[in-house]
Design a protein around this ligand. Structure first.
Ligand SMILES: CC(C)(COP(=O)(O)OP(=O)(O)OC[C@H]1O[C@@H](n2cnc3c(N)ncnc32)[C@H](O)[C@@H]1OP(=O)(O)O)[C@@H](O)C(=O)NCCC(=O)NCCS
Length: 150
């Protein structure tokens, strides 16, 4: 596994690919995202993920404090893959320290490397903090998302 230092500053967030040893930290972060799951469930999902999924964690001061999930999709009507950020959350105790920004930088780098020209995400209307974060990071609101329970 090759880790990528997002910045060279001391104690700056550091993004890398997640592995089994991160299961407990990931479960804690998913709970904060509002999607609780057990450590065992996380481990199983990491083991059987599709090949176009990348699970990244951010470390700060030697602790895992954030996660981002990048998935690539291949719409038939487009010639290039599209990058989708399907999860992003940082630990409530380390917000506003650049952790999400560092994760997003690494997600964008990997998405570009995979040939994607666009990165998008779905975000619930009630997540005001996240909206402010995405706007500050240069995302535009361009589409509506429609949901129907199946
Ligand atoms: C949204 C979230 C990921 C941001 O994480 P974070 O680690 O605090 O973000 P960063 O510190 O990297 O923020 C970078 C910049 O984004 C902007 N930003 C981040 N949170 C913001 C907020 N609540 N309001 C306004 N701007 C914000 C700021 O410009 C900030 O830079 P600054 O702190 O130097 O001013 C975090 O609040 C979170 O996990 N929320 C709960 C889960 C969630 O809603 N996830 C998104 C699901 S779609």
């Amino acid at each position: 596994m090759v880790a990528h230092r997002v910045t060279s500053a001391a104690l700056a967030p550091f993004a890398r690919e997640a592995d089994d040893r991160d299961a407990a930290a990931l479960a804690h972060l998913f709970e904060q995202l509002g999607h609780p799951c057990s450590e065992e469930q996380v481990r199983a999902r990491l083991g059987f993920g599709p090949p176009d999924r990348r699970v990244l964690v951010a470390e700060l001061d030697d602790a895992v404090v954030g996660l981002a999930v990048l998935e690539l999709i291949h719409p038939l009507h487009r010639g290039a893959p599209e990058a989708v950020l399907t999860a992003l959350v940082t630990d409530a105790n380390t917000r506003h320290r650049g952790v999400a920004r560092a994760l997003l930088a690494e997600v964008s780098r990997r998405a570009r490397q995979a040939g994607a020209a666009t990165l998008y995400l779905r975000c619930h209307r009630r997540r005001d903090d996240a909206h402010a974060f995405y706007r500050a990071q240069g995302f535009d609101e361009t589409h509506l998302t429609f949901n129907r329970e199946l």
